[in-house]
Design a protein around this ligand. Structure first.
Ligand code: FES
Ligand SMILES: [Fe+2]
Length: 451
């Protein structure tokens, strides 16, 4: 059994940008996965939580950076720290709750206790058993190298050499967050929906840009009218590519077209909740928002993705994390976001929409999850994984546009530019020995010409 597609990509290249193919081994290999934890997650800025989730001193939220469990916590001075949730004594997990409020952290194994900034306060038997011979200043909980936030979205990196968050996000990452942050005063609703799928995390990330599948995969959701086709699969698409693998891809719509969809979406609901989508799109008509988002940005209704695993679902009002749990397992987290001033009924409507869209009870994600698991399974067999996957849709067929604002974008039909960008950037992360090399060698988003 041989064919052109059987050619294995060279042993040092998993992604061939000329042929627009990707080696299936990257979705199943334990060796590549271990390398990702080191080269990508331990170096990137990772989303931790929204500031509304840790409003007061002592408020904390547990999250992960790759497979390292961390706690984002606000100290008495209101400063946010991100601490590795593992006791320096025997490595026990210190904080066992997903979120909450504490005065200090106490390790449940032998009782070492830590301040809100992670410093070691004390332990049982310091005088009698340790004979006062331990330097407490050296044995606190390890802290993330850098913690920062953009419009209330808190990120952390374990790498001291990572560039500042603002530079890391670049205009594409910032615009993606603006799409939700600029709706007004926002907060994350209590209760993060979490579920595990037997899939590689990248297949879940790649799907963020995939507007090819909805008519087929989500055919039943379309049929029962849960979501109109104009929203789920419009042909008019816009793609924006940013440094380090960030991208926004999906529908391109004017504010007027968005308003029409709002009417379709509102359906037969009573008037007070009919326009709940207003809360998702109406802010874009404001002058200051247009200026901040740019002329192209304000028409982009696509899915922003901040590399490596942070998705902003703009049609609803959710943010998703794809947390790696092994080469063939991923935990999906869904945060639901509301505006603080939403009328009660509109808020309830939005929560219903979010619950029924993504997450374990979401109609769409049940379809998606099944596909990602089977695609992962298709990367395991000894022979089948020698055949690379095709990512050629639209390759070399579209043009990049720019304007004075410095934004650049591609307007076209349904395509795979976002996915190709994800894997091309992923490969640069995997190869770079240091942040310095990554800053120098990462692919730059195309500014003009065919893409
Ligand atoms: S493992 Fe934490 S106190 Fe011993
Ligand atoms: Fe989907």
């Amino acid at each position: 059994m041989t064919s052109e597609t059987d050619q294995i990509i060279s042993s040092s290249e998993w992604v061939d940008t000329n042929r627009a193919v990707v080696d299936r081994n990257i979705f199943s290999s334990r060796e590549i996965y271990e390398e990702e934890l080191k080269q990508i997650f331990a170096r990137a800025w990772n989303f931790m939580c929204h500031e509304s989730q840790i409003p007061e001193p002592g408020s904390f939220f547990m999250n992960y950076i790759g497979e390292d469990q961390v706690v984002a916590v606000r100290d008495k001075q209101n400063q946010i720290h991100v601490l590795l949730n593992s006791c320096p004594h025997r490595g026990n997990t210190i904080c066992r709750a997903d979120d909450g409020k504490v005065r200090a952290f106490l390790c449940p194994y032998h009782g070492w206790n830590f301040d809100l900034d992670g410093s070691l306060k004390g332990m049982p038997g310091i005088k009698d058993f340790y004979r006062n011979d331990i330097d407490k200043s050296k044995w606190g909980m390890a802290r993330a190298a850098q913690v920062d936030s953009y419009k209330g979205f808190v990120f952390a990196t374990l790498d001291p050499d990572a560039p500042p968050l603002d530079e890391y996000l670049g205009w594409v990452g910032r615009l993606g967050i603006d799409m939700i942050a600029m709706r007004g005063e926002i907060e994350v609703v209590d209760g993060i929906q979490k579920n595990r799928l037997q899939c590689n995390w990248k297949l879940a990330a790649d799907n963020v840009f995939d507007w090819y599948h909805p008519r087929i995969s989500h055919g039943s959701a379309l049929e029962i009218g849960v979501i109109p086709e104009e929203v789920l699969s419009p042909d008019q698409q816009m793609v924006m590519l940013g440094n380090y693998g960030h991208a926004i891809s999906g529908p391109s719509l004017t504010v007027e077209q968005m308003a029409e969809i709002d009417q379709v979406f509102g359906g037969d609901n009573p008037p007070e909740i009919q326009n709940y989508l207003d809360y998702q799109v109406a802010y874009r008509a404001k002058q200051e928002v247009k200026e901040q988002m740019g002329q192209a940005g304000v028409r982009n209704m696509g899915h922003p993705h901040v590399f490596p695993n942070f998705w902003i679902a703009t049609v609803g009002s959710q943010i998703g994390l794809r947390i790696p749990k092994g080469p063939q397992e991923t935990e999906l987290w869904w945060f639901t976001i509301v505006q603080r001033d939403m009328p009660k009924k509109a808020r309830k409507s939005l929560l219903d929409l979010c619950t029924h869209m993504f997450g374990p009870a979401g109609l769409l994600e049940q379809d998606d999850g099944e596909n990602w698991s089977h695609s992962t399974r298709g990367a395991i067999g000894e022979v089948v994984r020698r055949r690379p996957l095709n990512y050629s849709m639209g390759h070399g067929k579209d043009q990049v546009q720019t304007d004075d604002s410095g934004q650049s974008w591609i307007e076209t039909v349904i395509n795979e530019h976002g996915q190709r960008w994800l894997y091309e950037s992923w490969q640069a992360w995997m190869k770079a020995e240091s942040w310095e090399e990554l800053m120098r060698e990462h692919p730059s988003p195309p500014q003009e010409g065919a893409v």
